[in-house]
Design a protein around this ligand. Sequence first.
Ligand SMILES: [Zn+2]
Length: 187
Amino acid sequence: MNTTTHAYKILLATHPALRKKSDPVDSVDHTIKTLMMDMTKIMVDHEGVGLAAPQIGVHKRVLTMDIRHVHTEKPNMFCMANPEIIWRSETQSVAKEYCFSVPEIGVQVTRPEEVKIRYIDEHNTEREIHATGILARCAQHEMDHLDGIVTLDYLSPLRRKLALKKLQRMEKYQEGDAEPTGDDVTL
Ligand SMILES: [Zn+2]
């Protein structure tokens, strides 16, 4: 077993938790707000741009985003519950996306370049934003997680199979009961 000091662990895309659709929250109460704060801490600690609750095994429609490195103007930190896309641009953009749950494997994903998102913030207030650039891309990536979709799903079947094999090897090492050995490398 892993002896991690964190209450939460970021799960790999091979974990069934990443394939389950998450449930909407009734409201942003104390429990959900605590979840948002925990997720923000994990995301910032790992220097990530976004995190979705199912990535830490919680099936609630909650995500966090931190785009401070590209947007100094506020708001640049977001906590969202029940986010939904209420408008998407016809213009699309392609970019390589990396994901905590798919380490080291960048995947080209085509997405609408701009989206309008309706969500509930950490103060339980309903809000709407017009997201562009990295924010639009990140929000759509995290919202995919809430529906059990991961970047691997955008790969061709062959490349997905290879990527899954790579992740399965990482997962094995993460368990801590199987140290990498010469034999493992040749598998
Ligand atoms: Zn992700």
